[in-house]
Design a protein around this ligand. Structure first.
Ligand SMILES: [Zn+2]
Ligand SMILES: [Zn+2]
Length: 389
């Protein structure tokens, strides 16, 4: 019996699990009910369950037909958290938790991994060990992946490689995007505080106007990427917040500017941060304001191991046909905390086409496309069996 036939039998229950998780969304590190649900399912499938990694994270351990005698292994990961936003889908299984919603499809990711886990535990058609990693807190810079690593994901478990999936609206169902190298950006938050000397709007000669410095700084920062970065490297700087002043006739003491820097690798990131500091200091020096730049580090860039990405493409094409790898879709400047796992172990993070009609991720009208459940589960199962032949 093929993997596809086995998984086909699970489709009705996978749909049920997905809708249950969708209906009961929980945000970063609060995924207690979701975690209980996953643990109960894994136990029902006779899978060894380890809880408490990164708080609500879970590792399910499945030994193959050699009972794990072969030391080979792989880790397959799903993120389990929802977003702090209000759902507007009107689905029968809409969120029951006010202000919380599965708008990124992590309900689907969790379900695909549960489906694969059920299959792998039932058939054990591999040598070595499969680690099913259910990770909390992917969203919002909370870095559940980092927390799981800190709690021993790679020291307690002998995981050779790590693999991830994200559903991807806009790419046709049945296709995958697998980047050989850079896939998603690293992102840092930048807070620029400009301090001058406030005073009467009509007597600027007694002040150092931080509003003018803020204007000069914003303009100066536009040259960092357009004029100072090698055109063959990529980075994005968006200034998205500005605060300062309280009256029409008072020059304020302070202005803050906030934004985000996205970059494709650590060298570019560090280089751009230096250039941003230098440009801001220069701009603020013009009228004697001081400037402080706080960098709140975000997720590093997600870079697939080339060999693993090639292997993932072969596995996917073997299952879904030679035209199933979408080579059109470009990498993105959004970030993903699976990057922390890829920093520790080789592996690849793939995007699974969610269809042209799917609402975009993080939309209040988004719903995970259930057609992907058997596709993702089959890919996971094939990847495990091919890796652990
Ligand atoms: Zn998201
Ligand atoms: Zn997501």
């Amino acid at each position: 019996m093929t993997i596809r036939k086995h998984i086909k039998d699970f489709i009705p229950e996978m749909n049920e699990w997905r809708h249950y998780i969708h209906e009961n969304p929980e945000i970063a590190y609060e995924e207690h009910n979701t975690s209980d649900f996953i643990a109960a399912k894994l136990t029902e499938f006779n899978i060894e369950v380890h809880r408490g990694l990164g708080g609500t994270g879970i590792v399910g351990v499945i030994h193959g037909k050699d009972n794990g005698a072969s030391k080979k292994s792989l880790g397959i990961r799903a993120d389990i958290d929802a977003l702090p936003m209000t759902e507007k889908t009107n689905l029968t299984y809409s969120s029951k938790n006010d202000g919380k919603m599965h708008a990124c499809g992590h309900d689907g990711h969790t379900t695909m991994l549960l489906g694969a886990a059920k299959y792998l535990s039932k058939t054990k058609n591999f040598l070595g060990t499969v680690y099913c990693i259910f990770q909390p807190a992917e969203e919002g810079g909370n870095a559940g992946a980092k927390s799981m690593i800190k709690d021993g994901l790679f020291s307690k478990f002998n995981i050779d490689s790590v693999w991830g999936i994200h559903n991807w609206p806009g790419v046709p169902v049945g296709q995958a995007v697998i980047h050989e190298g850079f896939a998603m950006a690293g992102g840092d938050i930048i807070v620029i505080t400009i301090e001058g000397k406030g005073g009467h709007a009509a007597q600027p000669q007694f002040s150092n106007d931080p509003i003018v410095s803020a204007g000069l700084t914003i303009t100066a920062l536009q040259s960092c990427i357009s004029r100072q970065l090698n055109p063959f490297d990529q980075s994005v700087l968006s200034l998205t917040k500005i605060e300062g002043g309280s009256a029409f006739n008072v020059i304020p003491d302070k202005v803050t500017i906030g934004g985000t820097l996205r970059s494709t690798n650590t060298d570019t990131r560090n280089d751009m941060l230096e250039k941003i500091k230098h440009a801001a200091q220069g701009a603020c020096a013009i009228n004697n304001c001081s400037v402080n730049i706080e960098v709140r580090p975000g997720y590093p860039s997600t870079i697939n191991d080339k060999k693993s990405a090639k292997f993932a493409s072969i596995v996917f094409e073997n299952s879904f046909g030679i035209n199933s790898i979408n080579k059109e879709e470009k990498p993105t400047m959004t970030s993903e905390d699976f990057s922390y796992m890829l920093h520790e172990k080789p592996g690849a993070y793939i995007w699974l086409g969610a269809g042209e009609k799917s609402e975009k991720l993080h939309s209040a009208h988004y719903d995970f496309n259930d057609e992907l459940l058997p596709i993702g589960a089959e890919y996971w199962a094939s990847l495990a069996e091919k890796t652990l032949e």
